[in-house]
Write a protein that binds this ligand. Structure first.
Ligand code: FES
Ligand SMILES: [Fe+2]
Length: 410
């Protein structure tokens, strides 16, 4: 077998073919960090609600790089690398908390909430002995600082000065669909993370793949939450990297699934507790499902009244972490909060719908490891990345690769 290194060129067919070396070439891990995550992209870091008051912090990531996000005493947001200027220890270990400053546990070097080094323990030595030479400038080795932009309660960060303003990066269609969901101040309902035994790109492809949803997820189809017969559309941003897939809650009654005897259209099943699916049209547009992604690491999800943000963290070639935060709005009454929590059973690592999304990418990862010079076939809906008024298409998957190739110069 040829090594992946020798076959690293994109297939001549373009976006309808994805070479399997993209999931199994270890050289790509560093290149992606440099060109994508530390490059001209906006990564989702956290919800502004994760930093509810002055002098709070939370941990996040820019690709694989650990990051601290803070809200300082004046209420301003900052983000910087979670790495001490001294010998590189993580500065912050807890997921989130309150602090007026940040002290590295290893040798107690101290930072303000903007990531500036403010004190070095025993800098001048002790009793005139030891300490750091006067000309030493440890501040110059401080954690890298991110540029931040908050949008409707979502906090994004970038290391690159070349990254365009977030609104321009997203484009008008994606922006409008973010605003549709993020319509009021957020109330956090809970957070969890799951380890995915697959390359990060396989999860982002999965999210953008509206074709699989009603075929892989039996719950969706059996309980008529999402069938391709429901009216819906796929919107792909100009750059390709961001997408929205949505469908109306009402099913126009297509019998295609049953007639074709599809595995996903199981009959004779009922819910012990049908209130699980009781939902209200809170956005007033009849849309029951909207999945939105932003290149490279963000997903905003509305499944009926279950709202969540998902943040993807690459962890080497064959592993990634998916961090979920379920939320509602501060305006929600108790009944709505209860409804959102009940419907949260649909999502997450053990969710009635989402559990298969942890598995399917790993099935790909396991199968393609020995086929780096073979390719996938991504031709549903044609060969381009234009938005479509149906969801029997892989336009958004092709869009992901359009953006990926652009950033990776492939
Ligand atoms: S590594 Fe942080 S103070 Fe030494
Ligand atoms: Fe899925």
């Amino acid at each position: 077998m040829r090594s992946a290194r020798n076959v690293r060129h994109w297939p001549a067919e373009g976006l309808t073919r994805v070479p399997y070396w993209v999931y199994c070439d270890s050289d790509l891990v560093e290149q992606e960090q440099e060109r994508i995550f530390a490059g001209a992209t906006w990564s989702f870091l956290c919800l502004a609600a994760d930093l509810p008051a002055p002098n709070t912090y939370c941990r996040s990531n820019l690709g694989a790089m650990p990051v601290v996000v803070t809200r300082d005493q004046a209420g301003d947001l900052h983000a910087f690398e979670n790495r001490c200027a001294h010998r590189g220890s993580l500065l912050v270990l807890s997921e989130k908390g309150e602090a007026r400053d940040i002290t590295c546990v290893y040798h107690n070097w101290c930072y303000d909430l903007a990531g500036n080094l403010t004190a070095v323990a025993f800098r001048k030595g002790l009793g005139g002995k030891g300490g750091m030479p006067a000309e030493c400038r440890p501040e110059a080795h401080g954690p890298r600082k991110l540029r931040l932009q908050a949008l409707c309660g979502l906090v994004f960060g970038t290391l690159s000065a070349q990254t365009p303003p977030l609104e321009r990066y997203l484009g008008p269609d994606i922006l409008a669909r973010i605003k549709r969901v993020m319509r009021a101040p957020v109330k956090l309902l809970g957070s969890y993370s799951q380890m995915l035994p697959s390359n990060w790109k396989l999860y982002m492809e999965n999210v953008k793949d509206s074709y699989h949803a009603s075929l892989l997820h039996t719950f969706f189809t059996t309980f008529r939450l999402n069938r391709l017969s429901q009216k819906g559309a796929i919107v792909v941003s100009e750059c390709g990297g961001h997408h929205v897939s949505y469908s109306l809650a009402a099913d126009s009654g297509g019998k295609e699934y049953e007639q074709a005897g599809m595995r996903s259209a199981q009959q004779g099943f009922g819910l012990e507790d049908p209130t699980l699916l009781d939902s209200v049209d809170e956005f007033g547009d009849g849309i029951g499902l909207q999945i939105l992604s932003v290149f490279p690491n963000f997903v905003l999800q509305q499944t009926r009244n279950s709202l969540a943000v998902r943040r993807l963290v690459p962890q080497g070639l064959q592993k990634s972490e998916l961090v979920w935060t379920c939320f509602g709005f501060t305006l929600d009454d108790e009944e709505m909060t209860e409804r959102r929590l009940r419907q949260a059973n649909l999502i997450g690592p053990a969710g009635y719908i989402s559990m298969e999304d942890g598995a399917a990418p790993s099935f790909v990862q396991r199968a393609v490891a020995t086929a780096p010079d073979l390719v996938s076939v991504v031709e549903m809906g044609g060969a381009d990345t234009t938005s479509q008024d149906n969801r029997v298409t892989e336009a958004a998957v092709r869009g992901f690769w359009k953006s990926y190739r652009e950033h990776m110069q492939l």
